[in-house]
Write a protein that binds this ligand. Structure first.
Ligand SMILES: [Zn+2]
Length: 71
């Protein structure tokens, strides 16, 4: 859990290095060619949206178990 919060903090600190997958809403590094989760090639690299999305994911992490935790 803390690792995830740390990752979110890192994204919020450097949002220009990340992008949001439009297929599954995961946050990926900007260098990623395709989403490893859903293989989408459509991304949203808008800095303010990346920050808002990282904040949303961080707040959700604290209250519920994310889908990834089930694997
Ligand atoms: Zn995806």
């Amino acid at each position: 859990m803390e690792e995830r919060a740390e990752r979110a903090a890192k994204i919020i600190g450097q949002p220009e290095k990340y992008k949001i997958c439009e297929g599954c809403d995961s946050i990926l590094i900007l260098e990623a060619a395709a989403c490893p989760n859903c293989h989408s090639y459509r991304f949203n690299a808008n800095v303010s949206e990346v920050v808002a999305h990282a904040q949303f994911l961080a707040s959700r992490m604290q209250t519920s178990v994310a889908q990834e935790d089930m694997y």
